[in-house]
Design a binder for this molecule. Structure first.
Ligand SMILES: NC(=O)c1ccc[n+]([C@@H]2O[C@H](COP(=O)([O-])OP(=O)(O)OC[C@H]3O[C@@H](n4cnc5c(N)ncnc54)[C@H](OP(=O)(O)O)[C@@H]3O)[C@@H](O)[C@H]2O)c1
Length: 253
């Protein structure tokens, strides 16, 4: 059994992966500001990594801007690497977004540029790392809809996607964290089982539930304002583990 620190453990994904790891019998050190540790403070972080074998980075900043996102993810990754090296941690496993590191995909999306900087920092660092590139989750679609609905009209970005249930991605992540990993700086990917546009997934949620997280648009449209990379499948990883839960199963649950 391993001792695993989960950064962002109070968040959606961090709490899900912490629970999966504990179900498997591992010891989990939960790290977030709510748990009393700010990753921006190197000393506090280092203390948190005492006796830890593997660090899982599931941090997130609520910003769409490139500068803020790049600053946050780079500074956090730098602190994590220094603290991990100081405490003899064996591996860092970072949750990223499939396609986010591709400039053709991220050039109009500052948050993805932050994720690209995060990936890059870990992959270049002198410590073993695994980058888990996940497609979007079903849970993201209502968040997107909220963000782009004005009155009766939702205009989503044109986005071809293969969304997965977050719990399936957390289960995959738990396997990656606990299985022996071959490569030093490895990249793996995970995606959901069906490919369609964000607009069509949103329409299915609306049809099934009558509203999308409280929003009841009369029309859901799409426009390619996040660029062609995102519109044409740049977010769908080619060589990926495919999860099983379909949108209908997720809606049923
Ligand atoms: N949504 C998707 O479809 C999707 C798909 C693929 C990958 N991802 C990736 O999944 C990751 C997690 O997303 P999420 O939805 O779980 O995010 P979330 O719910 O917002 O959780 C973010 C976590 O980061 C912690 N955090 C933020 N700043 C911190 C700081 N300075 N020090 C310590 N902890 C800090 C937060 O805790 P405190 O606020 O308590 O500090 C929280 O636990 C992100 O990296 C995202 O890019 C998301």
């Amino acid at each position: 059994m391993s001792n695993i620190a989960v950064l962002g453990a109070s968040g959606n994904f961090g709490s899900a992966v912490s629970a999966k790891l504990e179900q498997q019998g591992h010891d989990v050190v939960r790290i977030s500001r709510s748990h009393g540790v700010d990753v921006m403070s190197p000393e506090g972080l280092e203390r948190g990594l005492d006796g830890v074998d593997t660090v899982v980075d599931a941090l997130h900043i609520d910003s769409l801007g490139a500068q803020k996102s790049i600053e946050f993810f780079t500074r956090a990754a730098r602190n994590v690497v220094h603290a991990a090296q100081a405490r003899g941690v064996g591996r860092i496993v970072c949750l990223s977004i499939a396609g986010a590191a591709n400039p053709e995909v991220n050039h109009r999306y500052g948050y993805y540029q932050g994720k690209a900087a995060q990936e890059n920092f870990y992959q270049e660092a002198d410590i073993a790392s695994t980058t888990v590139r996940s497609s979007q989750w079903f849970e993201l679609i209502p968040v997107l809809v909220h963000r782009v609905t004005k009155g009766p009209l939702t205009i989503l970005p044109s986005m071809l996607m293969a969304p997965a249930a977050m719990s399936d991605v957390a289960a995959f992540m738990a396997d990656v964290v606990t299985e022996p990993r071959p490569a030093r700086n490895e990249i793996v990917a995970v995606r959901g089982p069906q490919v369609d546009s964000a607009a069509n997934f949103a329409r299915r949620i609306l049809a099934a539930q009558g509203s999308i997280d409280g929003v009841q648009p009369k029309a859901i449209r799409e426009a390619p304002y996040l660029g062609r990379g995102i519109a044409n499948g740049g977010l769908i990883p080619a060589d990926a583990h495919v999860t099983t839960t379909t949108i209908d199963e997720w809606l049923g649950a």
